[in-house]
Design a protein. Structure first.
Length: 594
């Protein structure tokens, strides 16, 4: 029973009324009370009753005030965690969902937008029709599956390799066994039908409107793709020698082979009138010329500048940023760490990329120094496990304090201060300095992977406003102070995921189209197979495997092994087709899209 309840919690559908979910958790807590202390034994059932009235839209502001006061009393006087944690959760909900509470009390209904939707489609930032392309793969229509993805995301291959698959977070299959391996199914589709072999949807009539895209990364190219399909004339300005942005200059080839990225890029170029100008560094004067020449401008320069550590010795030879290292690799300049000891500072996916790259570059020893615990790392658990399997040592709870430099000005060691884990701040435990002696980690090279910044200088000179180095924009992604300049992606939100950058480009394209005076709809020519009866037999989830660590650590070839047809058939069969059964609602439908 406990396991089934846990599955229910993990599969809470997006769009559910948060007060109804609060009520369910509060009822469970009330059922857990031992009855020894009055606040928990009598207080929790009373809180349940009060919250039931709020959820039923039968309460007034006096009831909410009474509920708050009672929850504070239960929190402060309960003997054990069952009482005070339940009350604390309710009080947190009163603050976090204040607008929802107000709507139930004053309007007598939930807020607009509350209601169950297809979980995978809703939680994908680009709102890709996941059940649709899974059904196409099951039917053997791989080209159809690619175009179902490209309805909302022109990078099907990139997301098949490196997406963090937020779509799986609330998969309803969790209620039976485990989430469907959505990314793995997409990987099978693009392996069978490469993106550059699948014709994009037909382009609308030419509008003679011109749009400049500053930045040829996932956000900029996504915007270019949709604008070109709408009939606009697009020019992409890219500072580097090749398109792809952080897909090419931030992700190693062993995770995403360059030839597979090129498949997506070629597919995008076939969408319509897209002109590309690579190797063009844009300054403030050129920005003014572009803004005066084009009908609209989209700035999507990403966050491609590495953050520096403010510690002594960081300027020494042998110390470099992760962005610098991975950027050089993007142009084919691989490092040679043969016989060296390499230390990577950081705990995110970029740190794991640097560590695994150093292994492949011949390093004798590779360590990752991180100031928190392993379980606090922001890197995907699979990336951490793969790094360890390839021989990377994790040195946790160690904060860098300085880099030792030898007589020749080269780094010799990273000196760290041991940490101990402390109170939770910002959602995870924060480290504090421990009363232990400093640690010296010998290093011939130190790679700094502690974050990325936006190179906003020329744009600020042009007149674009920033906050903490990120471009300011309104709800339509229009740059503050400009009528026809739009911004999006990492340069506006800060460093994030590939799929979020893609989503920003899609939204920007729609907003620019509206600004230019249009409301284009694009053809959707894929026929999604009809839903078959659900197979509710519990089955194991098919996971994508890796090549053996002893082999893959010696080269930069793709580390992942895709599914077989037999495996993909089973995994597609686990999909419950929530677009047809259950809520059965897809945003925007399947007939047309913007």
């Amino acid at each position: 029973m406990a396991e089934r309840f846990a599955r229910r919690v993990r599969a809470v559908p997006p769009g559910m009324c948060p007060l109804a979910f609060e009520l369910a958790l509060l009822q469970v807590a009330a059922a857990q009370t031992c009855g020894k202390c009055v606040p928990c034994r009598d207080g929790l059932p009373q809180l349940v009753t009060l919250l039931e009235h709020v959820v039923a839209c039968e309460a007034d502001e006096t009831d909410v005030a009474c509920m708050r006061a009672l929850a504070e009393m239960v929190r402060d006087t309960s003997d054990c965690a069952i009482g005070y944690e339940a009350a604390t959760a309710l009080l947190d909900g009163l603050e976090t969902f204040a607008d929802e509470h107000a709507s139930h009390v004053t309007e007598g209904c939930c807020q607009e937008g509350v209601g169950q939707t297809v979980p995978c489609e809703t939680l994908c930032p680009a709102h890709v029709d996941v059940p649709g392309y899974i059904a196409c793969v099951a039917a053997g229509d791989y080209a159809g599956a690619v175009n179902v993805v490209r309805k909302d995301n022109p990078f099907p291959t990139a997301c098949a390799f490196v997406c963090e698959h937020p779509c799986e977070a609330r998969c309803r299959r969790t209620l039976i066994d485990a989430p469907v391996n959505i990314r793995g199914i997409k990987r099978y589709a693009v392996d069978q039908a490469p993106a550059d072999t699948v014709a994009p949807p037909p382009r609308n009539m030419d509008t003679a409107r011109t749009v400049a895209i500053i930045g040829g990364g996932p956000s900029g190219l996504t915007c270019a793709y949709f604008l070109a399909l709408m009939g606009h004339r697009v020019t992409v300005f890219e500072a580097r020698e090749q398109l792809g942005g952080m897909l090419r200059y931030g992700i190693p080839a062993y995770r995403f082979p360059r030839e597979r990225l090129d498949e997506d890029v070629r597919g995008i170029m076939e969408a319509g009138t897209i002109t590309v100008r690579c190797g063009v560094e844009i300054d403030a004067r050129e920005l003014r010329d572009i803004a005066d020449t084009f009908h609209a401008v989209y700035v999507a320069v990403g966050a491609q500048a590495g953050k520096a550590l403010r510690i002594p010795g960081v300027e020494a030879a042998g110390v470099m940023s992760a962005v610098e290292l991975l950027g050089a690799i993007g142009d084919g300049a691989y490092p040679d760490f043969t016989g060296k000891r390499v230390v990577v500072v950081g705990g995110g996916n970029v740190a794991m990329d640097c560590a695994r790259t150093a292994v492949r570059a011949g390093a004798d020893e590779v360590s990752v120094a991180y100031r928190r615990r392993r379980e606090d790392m922001t890197a995907l658990p699979a990336e951490v496990e793969s790094a360890v399997a390839e021989g990377v040592e994790l040195i946790t709870l160690e904060a860098p304090v300085r880099i030792e430099v030898d007589e020749e000005g080269h780094c010799a060691a990273l000196v760290t201060q041991p940490q101990m884990i402390g109170a939770v701040r910002g959602g995870r435990p924060a480290p504090v300095a421990a009363d232990k002696p400093e640690r010296r980690i010998p290093a011939d090279a130190v790679l700094i992977a502690v974050g990325q910044d936006v190179g906003a200088g020329p744009f600020e000179e042009f007149g674009m406003k920033t906050t903490w180095g990120r471009f300011d924009a309104d709800q339509h992604l229009r740059a503050e102070g400009f009528e026809h300049v739009f911004v999006g992606g990492d340069c506006q939100t800060g460093p994030s995921t590939v799929i979020r950058a893609i989503a920003a480009g899609k939204v920007a394209a729609r907003n620019i189209d509206e600004y230019l005076g249009y409301h284009h709809k694009l053809a959707y020519e894929v026929e999604v197979p009809e839903a078959q009866p659900n197979d509710r037999t519990p089955k194991g989830r098919v996971e994508l495997g890796d090549r053996p660590a002893r082999e893959r650590r010696r080269d930069f070839k793709d580390v992942e092994v895709g599914m077989s047809r037999e495996e993909v058939e089973q995994e597609c069969g686990r999909c419950l087709r929530c677009d047809h059964f259950g809520c059965g609602v897809l945003e925007g439908g399947r007939e047309q899209y913007a």
